[in-house]
Design a protein around this ligand. Structure first.
Ligand code: PLP
Length: 396
């Protein structure tokens, strides 16, 4: 009765949701404060005051057309402000017409993939990767080619990428700061990747688009400077979202910023805007376009996330867990101390800790902890991690 493809996907697609449901059941039995749920990337800090104020002001003033359709790319004045904001920060030369407003990064990625992919073309993703990429690529008949990052650092492995590029490669998606590892890809490695891609394009007479999925771009720690992808790669787009930086995941607002060095950029932009329309998004939510235009530069309190990272990271590594120190986003991705991560997940559940096994991210020997939960939850969870480590045979 239903699509066979969808039914097949349904069976294997909901590891994170399944863990979340498991956590909800445990909370009913033991009480919410006794369960340590690190399953979902749903930010817990409230949106910044600038966002709430502009929301209140707009609702009160209700200017004409606030809730109307507009150009499928989004309001021109909003796109102009966003372009200016990126230019000021990163020295790019973007104009309003280099920006398409989208329904979050999920919407933006689908728009880009629809615009560029022909059936049978390949898109490289670097593992560990965000679970939805495979489904997004499949939406347009593309094939996902998974290339593991370097063991020990989770940085892109250039040799492995080089071997995986074929005449059918149409794009490469990467996500930095990364979900699930928290790693920021280094500017030096990305610059080498740009040369590699240009060489391969010449060799195969092909076009390879770099799609940077960057919802965590503004959540970085230790004064790390995020490389600007649009300055590094000629055929590149940065897909941004306010879901994480402004704690607005339910509002579905983000944008695609397109490198001004793409050839025939007018047609490229038309293709994006067309895709936004016919995928049924039509345009990004009008009210929130206006809200974010008034809140540029605001972010949630990133220091809170950094404190939580430190609390959990140092506790886990003291206990003997092996884990790369995250430089951004709000996830830890430690190695499972048991060979079978599913067994470790069960053991964690016994201690009322909800983790997500790494297989959904393409890295089965690891597990993910989303620390976008309250600091109190993290503090309360520390003894449970100590007991879990002991039972899992970590002896420190
Ligand atoms: N990409 C990554 C790496 C994510 O972690 C998420 C959400 O968790 C998304 C994209 C989708 O974000 P949005 O809410 O903007 O669609």
């Amino acid at each position: 009765m239903l699509s066979e493809k969808v039914l097949k996907n349904l069976r294997g697609s909901s590891a994170i949701r399944a863990m979340f449901e498991e956590g909800e059941n445990l909370k009913k039995i033991h009480g919410a404060d006794k369960v340590f749920d690190f399953s979902l990337g749903n930010p817990d800090p409230p949106p910044p005051e600038a966002v709430l104020k502009s929301l209140r002001d707009l609702a009160r003033e209700n200017p004409p057309g606030l809730h109307a359709y507009m150009n499928n790319a989004g309001y021109k004045d909003v796109r102009e402000k966003i372009a200016g904001h990126i230019n000021n920060k990163d020295g790019t030369a973007l104009a309003a017409d280099n920006i398409v407003m989208t329904c979050g990064a999920g919407g933006g990625l689908n728009v880009v993939l629809k615009a560029i992919l022909n059936p049978g073309e390949e898109v490289i993703v670097l593992s560990p990767f965000f679970v939805e990429y495979g489904f997004y690529i499949e939406n347009y008949g593309g094939t996902m080619v998974v290339v593991p990052t370097e063991k020990g650092t989770f940085q892109p492995d250039l040799q492995a990428i080089e071997k995986s590029i074929t005449p059918k490669t149409k794009g490469i998606i990467f996500n930095s700061p990364n979900n699930p590892t928290g790693v920021v890809y280094s500017e030096m490695i990305l610059t080498s990747l740009a040369y590699l891609i240009e060489d391969k394009e010449k060799e195969f007479h092909s076009h390879i688009f770099v799609i940077a999925d960057e919802p965590y771009r503004d959540i970085v720690y230790d004064e790390i400077k995020m490389p600007q992808i649009l300055n590094i790669f000629k055929k590149s787009v940065s897909v941004y979202s306010y879901s994480k930086s402004l704690s607005l995941p339910g509002e579905r607002i983000g944008y695609i910023a397109v490198s001004d060095k793409i050839e025939n950029i007018d047609v490229f932009m038309e293709a994006l805007v067309f895709a936004n329309r016919v995928l049924g998004f039509v345009n990004a939510p009008s009210l929130f376009q206006k809200v974010i235009a008034e809140s540029l530069g605001a972010t949630v309190n990133v220091n809170i996330y950094q404190e939580r990272r430190d609390l959990l990271y140092y506790h886990l590594t003291d206990l003997g867990f092996s884990c790369v120190k995250p430089q951004g986003a709000f996830y830890l991705f430690p190695e499972s101390p048991l060979e079978n991560t599913a067994e470790f997940k069960k053991l964690a559940l016994k201690h009322k800790i909800i983790i997500v096994p790494g297989n959904g991210f393409g890295s089965p020997e690891y597990f993910r902890l989303a620390y976008c939960v309250s600091t109190k939850t993290i503090e309360n969870s520390l003894p449970a991690f100590t007991a879990l480590a002991k039972e899992a045979g970590l002896n420190k």
